[in-house]
Design a protein around this ligand. Structure first.
Ligand code: NAD
Length: 429
């Protein structure tokens, strides 16, 4: 009698009569096959249409089930990206993230430095023909391997390359800040609309698991009604010759570069848009780093519900990247909150008459990978990105209002924008 339990050890039930060994084995094997057939059929049905390979449970019900990771699409079916600008962010974060993505793959490099591009092409398995420079970039139009152009250039170049990419028929993922002026942001949106291509701004924090957990707490009213947001994003800059310290290339100093994270977080965590802006600037032209851009900016945003954001962003203090939300029932903070990795969430509430501080453990996931795969899923499923051009435009309007307020020494009022965000990102990973 063959065992009905397909997982029973083979040796213990194998027939002992060696002369009839072959016939007995065939009979035994047939029995096993009959026993596992229903399981296999059920399993095949549950994974039909997906590349995911799964296994029936092999542990008792007392054990947590082992989930097989979603492998995503086979590489050839993933959305192809041309990355424009091979600087620190691209080399250090984006190319490694693209290599981990489930719906996206690197398909071209665009650089003014051919030797660097060749080195990276070798590393990431790209052919020589997949390397472009800023001059021949428009030829990307005839490359069917490229569906999205990811722009990672100095801020002043974002508008030009977004418009050229859209005219080449490609979707665009563009680094923050979207551009150096409201007018440029509007041109970028218009160019993508005209070409019927998607435009997403790479606000990685809106895809980061801890920030999303904090957003859920705020929406679930775990902190009560939100009243205040307090945040800083600062770093101490070196080489005075770098593009971040040149106004024409950077558009400003710490405000558009790192202060933008505070503006964006106050907006997406509260779900409101500011109606009043007040800004102050510290200029320090004696320091060669700050001849063209401010040293630091302090600003307050007022929202319709009475919620306020009080923020600081500087280029002359040690790296500090925190945000804190205060509500009527509790507080929550991310410190660091804007880092590439190692962000930390804590929150405090009164529980049974005692102040209790929680530090939930939430599995880390590469925020660049999540953001890029979100764009790919939007392209595949023809969805509006969660952080489209309108999201970048609204931050740029606020940045300009903060500078105008600092210059005029008064509060600047802002009109409410229309919708600036697309549907919530799904679990892309
Ligand atoms: P980087 O200086 O390291 O790289 C910039 C790249 O642009 C270099 O490869 C450089 O050769 C090229 N380039 C082309 N024309 C140039 C010019 N005229 N002057 C200077 N460089 C020129 O900068 P980065 O840190 O990689 O930043 C690139 C973009 O990415 C910026 O818009 C920045 O705001 C954004 N960024 C975003 C994040 C994030 O976390 N989302 C982090 C860093 C940078």
């Amino acid at each position: 009698m063959p065992p009905s339990d397909a997982s029973a050890p083979l040796q213990s039930s194998f027939p002992s009569d060696q002369r009839s060994g072959r016939r007995a084995f065939l009979k035994y094997a047939g029995g096993i096959a009959a026993g596992i057939a229903p399981l296999a059929a059920a399993h095949a049905q549950s994974t039909a249409g997906s590349a995911k390979v799964d296994f029936p449970p092999d542990h008792a019900q007392s054990e947590a089930s082992e989930k097989m990771p979603d492998p995503g699409l086979p590489p050839a079916e993933r959305i192809g990206y041309a990355v424009v600008g091979l600087g620190r962010l691209t080399v250090g974060r984006l190319l490694p993230a693209l290599a981990q993505c489930k719906y996206s793959r690197l398909s071209a490099l665009v650089s003014g430095d051919r030797a660097k591009a060749q080195k990276l092409a070798r590393q990431y398995g790209l052919a020589e023909q997949s390397i472009y420079d800023y001059g021949n970039f428009d030829a990307i139009a005839t490359n069917p391997d490229v569906q999205v152009v990811y722009i990672v250039l100095p801020n002043s170049m974002h508008a030009e390359f977004t418009i050229r990419a859209a005219r080449a028929g490609k979707h665009v993922l563009c680094e923050k800040p979207m551009a150096n002026s409201v007018a440029e942001c509007q041109q970028m949106i218009q160019a993508c609309q005209q070409a019927q291509r998607k435009l997403m701004i790479a606000y990685r924090s809106q895809y980061e698991p801890l920030a999303r957990a904090l957003l859920k707490m705020a929406r679930d009213k775990k902190l009560g009604d939100l009243r205040e947001f307090i945040s800083a994003n600062s770093q101490n800059m070196g080489d005075p010759a770098q593009w971040r310290l040149k106004k024409a290339l950077a558009g400003g100093g710490p405000l558009p570069d790192v202060g933008i994270y505070c503006i964006n977080a106050a907006r997406f965590l509260s779900g409101e848009e500011p109606v009043e802006v007040q800004g102050g600037i510290v200029n320090n032209q004696a320091d060669p780093r700050f001849r063209e851009v401010e040293e630091s900016v302090q600003f307050t945003l007022r929202f319709p519900s009475g919620f306020t954001a009080t923020c600081s962003s500087g280029y002359n203090s040690h790296k500090s990247q925190f945000l804190r939300l205060q509500g009527t029932l509790g507080w929550a903070e991310l410190d660091p909150g804007y880092a590439y990795e190692g962000n930390r969430l804590r929150y405090g509430l009164l529980e049974n008459g005692r102040e209790v501080i929680h530090e939930p453990s939430i599995a880390a996931s590469d925020q660049f990978m999540l953001e890029i795969d979100h764009m790919s899923q939007c392209v595949r499923q023809d969805r509006l990105p969660h952080t489209p051009g309108e999201e970048g435009l609204q931050d740029q309007r606020i940045i300009e209002a903060i500078y105008a307020s600092a210059q005029a020494g008064r509060v600047i009022r802002l009109d409410a924008p229309g919708n600036t965000r697309g549907p919530e990102p799904q679990q892309e990973g």
